[in-house]
Design a protein around this ligand. Sequence first.
Ligand SMILES: Cc1ncc(COP(=O)(O)O)c(C=O)c1O
Length: 393
Amino acid sequence: MPKPSQPGRHFLQIPGPTNVPDRVLRAIAAPTIDHRGQEFARLAKEVLAGLQRVIQTTGPVVVYPSSGTGAWEASLVNTLSPGDRVLMFETGHFATLWKGMAERLGLVVDFVPGDWRRGVDPAVVNAKLVADRERTIKAVCVVHNETSTGVTSRIPEIREAMNRADHPALLLADTISSLGSIEYQHEAWGVDVTVGCSQKGLMLPPGLGLNAISPKALAAAKTARYPCAYWDWAPMLQDNLNGFFPYTPATNLLYGLREAIALLEAEGLVRVFARHRRHGEATRRAVRAWGLDIVCANPAEYSPSLTAILVPEGHDADAVRKVILERFNMSLGAGLGKLKGKVFRIGHLGDFNDLSLAGTLCGVEMGLGLAGVPIQKGGVQAALDYLAKNNDQ
Ligand SMILES: Cc1ncc(COP(=O)(O)O)c(C=O)c1O
């Protein structure tokens, strides 16, 4: 634990939940209003329209008072039926958790093994779907940005591979750690259900889960046979038309969401994505200068929102994180699943600028030294040099 008297603000540099901007915090602190009144209806319509712009869709978006896991479940139970076959990929810890959920629900998962260092291979998607002559695969589920590894999957290429196979499966994409930080276009990329949540690129506290829904997914929901009530899209979509919800919404988080969308749009989504790419590259320059490796093995799949760093054999990534928390009041992400103790993760997403990155990397460089991990100095400088040379974004 950091000392209770530690001065300065906590650096929350896990890859979500992320730092919540003051403007969003202040908005959330406003008095709660009647969720069946007209003021609320205006708020709901405003945020649902704003989310459509962020997710880049003209179709409906539903928002649950839930974490991201709830939004995962909603995407499956609204579109599928017990016993359906789904294609999933072992890109990391979160893809494995989603697969576990699918199995617990009684779906039959074709889980393509992976080494946690690469994203989904579009060629494998194509081969699996071409081989499925009976068209038994009902959905392809992909985690866009694997938060446990800092590896992205190339959704447009995956969609293209599905189209080439001329296969009717739905495409479900988890954008939990990419929405609002990494380029993503629900409609243009042909995604059927986008799964998202509040606590990462949207710069809110945890508590909102969301699904963006394509016309094809809406049609699938009409014949899907999973019993669902809380997650059921139909009453949500019906009530949302008038700005209402079938149950009590997370009113104050929706105030925050309105502010967060305004912040993203004031900066401009194109600039937001460029900022994250630039901070991702600067972070990797620092890691390389330290002489350490990152988990992501394919430069085309580097994550702009987080970097997972491998500590050398014989060192414990959790000990590094502990020193950094105690000495510098900064939280870094732990290694998850089979990467526990081997990896720490730097979140560089959300409400984050050059100085936040510089502070974060200073803390990491000093902490690695204090923890006795052999590194070359100069990582921070390498990152600053890159930022200075690429200052036009
Ligand atoms: C990619 C991804 N998917 C799913 C989840 C699960 O979301 P939650 O913990 O909000 O339920 C997370 C959480 O970090 C995630 O990063």
